[in-house]
Design a protein around this ligand. Sequence first.
Ligand SMILES: [Zn+2]
Length: 222
Amino acid sequence: MKTSCEIIKDILPLYCDGICSEETQKLVEEHIAACPSCAVLLEKLRVDCHSVNTQSQLKETDMFRKASEKWKKSIWRAFCKGAAAIAAIAVLATTGHYGLCEVNIIHAAPDLVDSISYEIEGDPNNIAVVLNTNDGYFNGTIVSETDKDGNIYLSIARPIIKEKNRAGDNLQIIYTVNIENKSAVYYGTPEDSKLLWDTNSDLPEITYKEISKLHENTSIHE
Ligand SMILES: [Zn+2]
């Protein structure tokens, strides 16, 4: 008997977390091999899983440990002419994910953020945006707000107690945005923003696999 897509959809999160039995695993793999729509769903889940992992890695002790390591290094760097740290952290955050830094946030201004937007192959409901900041700070999280006209405004929020004097550090964020029934996606605020997508946009394509790769390549490194 062929397993229905509904059953597979229920099991996919467990499969993605690697916590289902071998038999179930086989069942999912057989289904995925023959069902493109569930395969797309799995790729999407994998990206989300990875993002959650990246997010939890950033939490509390780890984040502060890394921040203080980097802080120490950047002091040395201040003495070394021409040495620049490039740190990139991929953070895919939903509201509630920035509890750690919710007091005293500031937003990275649109003119300090480079962006590339992509259509996602096989998924007309989401787009992917890659945001690169160059204001010298490496930590932050995405905040998303939607107005009544279906315009989404994304911004990168930083805690005010971010590490200053971190010249050369950059942040790269890969973010998928649900554009179902939406009019446009902007980076910034209604007063100061740049367009990332609207219904007339003809964006380059990216696959969920490629998005996963980008996530892998943007964990903290120098
Ligand atoms: Zn299916």
